[in-house]
Design a protein around this ligand. Structure first.
Ligand SMILES: O=C(O)CCC(=O)C(=O)O
Length: 296
């Protein structure tokens, strides 16, 4: 029995995104929160990114300049599916997985996952970008599923998107020879003017096409904004560059079967630069001079 109506799948392909409520059950949400809260508590004892993923970079990333034991600013957990059964279940065997298969299936594989966290008082923001130039594949049947572990409101740093932008240009993340991990200022300014905020209760999920322009502002509220983000592709989309969030589970077929085929579509782009630190937040900050800060 499909979870989506034809109107919903049509809306996804027309707008490049689809917001669905009640994707995670209250029981799964409680487990996701429990594990995340434990990582936040552990972060109180740290002053720098820590842990290790399969490529040797840190698993847990802090916004160091705002982080204190009594004011934690844990902004990223890389590949939480490797260290939590709840996150693995949400990624590989949940309603979220089934909906992705309805959008880009029948054969779907996993690429990577992460938690993007904006704790109250942290200044974490995400500059405007499309995901595809970070994770280019031979075709673009790729979905980023952003599961709301907390309620997402207008003032806690919601995901913002430009509806329909997945049908437009692939925007460069380079400025000259600097990899800025963000689109050019003029594209960001235009995106801000057209932005739609993706708001909803905990348990909702935003399914986003890999070429959709998106970004998000800092959390100005007293409530956390935690997103569990999983990226999936059609099984016949073959990655063209190394995974920016390395995962021992990359390539896991989560729906349908492995066909061993490659399918390609025409495009050209400059390949991305891998982050050398825990996450792309540092790439976006380092390029501050080259790409203007995200702000309203
Ligand atoms: O955490 C956010 O607000 C944005 C997430 C994002 O940019 C992404 O998953 O590509």
């Amino acid at each position: 029995m499909p979870h989506l109506t034809k109107a919903q799948t049509d809306a996804f392909w027309r707008d490049g995104y689809l917001l669905v409520e009640d994707v995670a059950s209250p029981e799964l949400l409680a487990q996701l929160r429990h594990d995340f809260d434990a990582w936040v508590d552990e972060s109180r004892t740290r002053s720098a990114p820590w842990g290790e993923t399969v490529d040797g970079r840190p698993r847990f990333d802090l916004e160091v300049k705002n982080h204190r034991a009594d004011h934690p600013a844990l902004r990223r957990v890389n590949s939480p599916t490797e260290v939590s059964d709840a996150y693995k279940r949400a990624m590989a065997a949940s309603k979220m997985t089934d909906i992705v298969a309805e959008l880009i299936g029948p054969n779907v594989k996993f690429h990577h996952s992460k938690i993007n966290s904006k704790l109250p008082g942290a200044a974490t923001q995400v500059k405007w970008h499309q995901d595809f130039p970070f994770t280019p594949h031979t075709n673009d049947d790729i979905v980023t599923a952003l599961l709301f572990v907390d309620e997402v409101t207008a003032d806690n740093g919601p995901l913002e998107i430009v509806a329909g932008s997945h049908k437009g240009a692939i925007h460069s993340l380079w400025k000259g020879d600097t990899f800025t991990a963000a689109v050019a200022d003029e594209v960001a300014e235009q995106s801000r003017r057209e932005a739609v905020r993706c708001l909803g209760p905990a348990g909702a999920c935003c399914f986003m096409h890999t070429r959709l322009l998106h970004g998000s502002a800092p959390n100005n509220s007293k409530r956390p904004r935690t997103l569990f983000i999983s990226v999936y592709s059609a099984e016949d989309a073959i990655p063209l560059s190394p995974n920016p969030v390395s995962s021992s589970m990359q390539g896991l077929v989560v729906a349908g079967r492995a066909t061993g085929k490659a399918r390609s579509v025409a495009f050209d782009l400059r390949l991305p630069q891998l982050p050398s630190t825990a996450s792309f937040f540092d790439q976006q900050t380092a390029a501050q001079g080259a790409a203007k800060d995200y702000s309203f």
